[in-house]
Design a protein around this ligand. Structure first.
Ligand SMILES: Cc1cc2nc3c(=O)[nH]c(=O)nc-3n(C[C@H](O)[C@H](O)[C@H](O)COP(=O)(O)OP(=O)(O)OC[C@H]3O[C@@H](n4cnc5c(N)ncnc54)[C@H](O)[C@@H]3O)c2cc1C
Length: 320
C-alpha cells in the first residue's frame, strides 16, 4: 500500500490535534508515515502510533527553532525523497501553508490548500475545498507530481487506529537558504486557558450586539461552560472590545468547529467567510431578519443579554 507523509505539528513532543486529524484522513489514501522535527520529535511517536502512523521519521536540529520555515521544507523534501509517498499532508496553519507551497515548488508538484475533506480517487487523492467566502464547494485533484495538500483543522474526527509507529532517523542536509531568515525574538502569548481559536471544537463569538468590552464576559462565560474558544466579529474587534487575534472572517481567522455560536452578529458575507464551514451553527440575534439566520441550524430570536446567561446557567447545571 502506498505511503502518505503527514507533517507533524507539535509543541515539545505534544502532538496538536490537527495532526491527529490528518492521520485519520491519510489512512483513507494509504499508510501514514509521520515526519516530526525539532525538540521532542521522538516523544511524538507513541501518540502518532496510537493514531495510525506506521513509521515516524524524526530529526532534531537547532535550525528548526532558530530560523523560519526553510529548514522544515528541507526536511520534508528529504522525507519525500526517502519515502516516495502518494501524497504529503500538512496542517492548514499559516506556517503549514508556507511549508506546503515551498515544498510543492521544490518537488515540481501541485499544491491544494485549506482542504476540508479528502478521499481516495482513482488517480490520486481528491480534496474538497470551500471557496469564495464559502459560497461554493469544489473538489480538486493535483494532476502533476506528488500531491501536497493542507487540511483545515476540524475537517475530520480523530480516530485511534494503533499501528507500529517505528521511529526512524531522517537524514537531512540543510540547503543554503535554510539560515536565510533568523528568528530574533519570541513573545509568549498570554494564556487564556481556552483552546486555540482555529483548532477549537466549539467557538462562541460576539459581535456589535455585545455592546462593549466589559460585556464580553457574558460570551466568555458561555465559552467556558462549553470548553470553547472565543471569537469576535470585526465590528467588535475594531471597536476595541476584543483582541484582533480573535477576529473571525475574511480578514480574520477561518474556523471550522463542530459548533459555532454567533451572538449579536448580523452575518455579513465577510464574517461568514470565516465560519460558514462550521458543522452546526447557532445564532442569537434580536433581529429576526438578520442574515445570519439564513445559514443557521438553530436560531434564537432574542436579546443576548437574556438568552446567553440563561444558556450558560443551563449548561453548567446539566454539567454539574
Ligand atoms: C474588506 C472587508 C473585510 C472584512 N472582514 C471582516 C472579517 O474578517 N470579519 C468580520 O466579522 N467582518 C468583516 N468585515 C466587516 C463586515 O462587513 C461587517 O461590518 C461586520 O461583520 C459586522 O459585524 P457585526 O455582525 O458584529 O455587526 P453588525 O452588522 O452591526 O450586527 C450586529 C448584530 O447584533 C444584533 N444585536 C444588537 N443588539 C443585540 C442584542 N442585545 N441581542 C442580540 N442581538 C443583538 C443586531 O440585530 C445585528 O444583527 C469586513 C468588511 C470589509 C469591507
Amino acid at each position: 500500500m502506498a505511503e502518505v507523509l503527514v507533517y507533524v505539528d507539535h509543541v515539545d513532543g505534544a502532538v496538536r490535534k490537527p495532526t491527529l486529524e490528518l492521520l485519520t484522513l491519510a489512512r483513507r489514501i494509504g499508510e501514514p508515515v509521520a515526519v516530526a522535527l525539532g525538540g521532542g520529535a521522538a516523544d511524538t511517536a507513541a501518540t502518532l502510533a496510537e493514531h495510525g502512523a506506521t513509521r515516524v521519521l524524526t530529526h532534531d536540529a537547532s535550525e528548526y527553532g532558530e530560523y523560519l520555515v526553510v529548514p522544515k521544507v528541507d526536511a520534508l523534501q528529504a522525507a519525500v525523497t526517502a519515502v516516495s509517498p502518494a501524497a504529503v499532508l500538512v496542517p492548514s496553519s499559516a506556517e503549514g501553508k508556507e511549508i506546503a507551497a515551498r515544498l510543492a515548488l521544490r518537488i515540481g508538484s501541485g499544491v491544494i490548500t485549506d482542504a476540508v475533506d479528502l478521499e481516495a480517487g482513482e488517480t490520486g487523492p481528491v480534496a474538497t475545498q470551500s471557496v469564495f467566502a464559502a459560497s461554493f464547494t469544489t473538489t480538486s485533484r493535483v494532476s502533476k507530481g506528488t500531491p501536497v495538500i493542507t487540511v483545515k483543522p476540524n475537517s475530520a474526527a480523530v480516530e485511534a487506529a494503533p499501528a507500529a509507529g517505528a521511529v526512524e532517523a531522517l537524514n537531512v542536509t540543510f540547503s543554503e537558504k535554510a539560515r536565510g531568515t533568523k528568528v530574533t525574538g519570541r513573545t509568549v502569548r498570554e494564556a487564556t486557558g481556552r483552546p486555540e481559536l482555529t483548532e477549537a471544537a466549539i467557538v462562541v463569538s460576539g459581535g456589535r450586539g455585545v455592546n462593549g468590552a466589559e460585556n464580553f464576559a457574558i460570551i466568555e462565560a458561555l465559552a467556558d461552560s462549553l470548553g470553547a474558544a472565543v471569537g469576535a466579529s470585526r465590528a467588535a474587534v475594531d471597536a476595541g472590545w476584543y483582541p484582533h487575534t480573535n477576529q473571525v472572517g475574511q480578514t480574520g481567522k477561518s474556523v471550522s468547529p463542530q459548533l459555532y455560536i454567533a451572538n449579536g452578529i448580523s452575518g455579513a458575507i465577510q464574517h461568514r467567510a470565516g465560519m460558514q464551514t462550521s458543522k452546526t451553527i447557532v445564532a442569537v440575534n434580536k433581529d429576526a431578519e438578520a442574515p445570519i439566520f439564513d445559514l443557521v441550524d438553530y436560531g434564537v430570536v432574542g436579546d443576548l443579554f437574556e438568552v446567553v446567561p440563561q444558556l450558560t446557567e443551563e449548561i453548567n447545571t446539566r454539567k454539574g
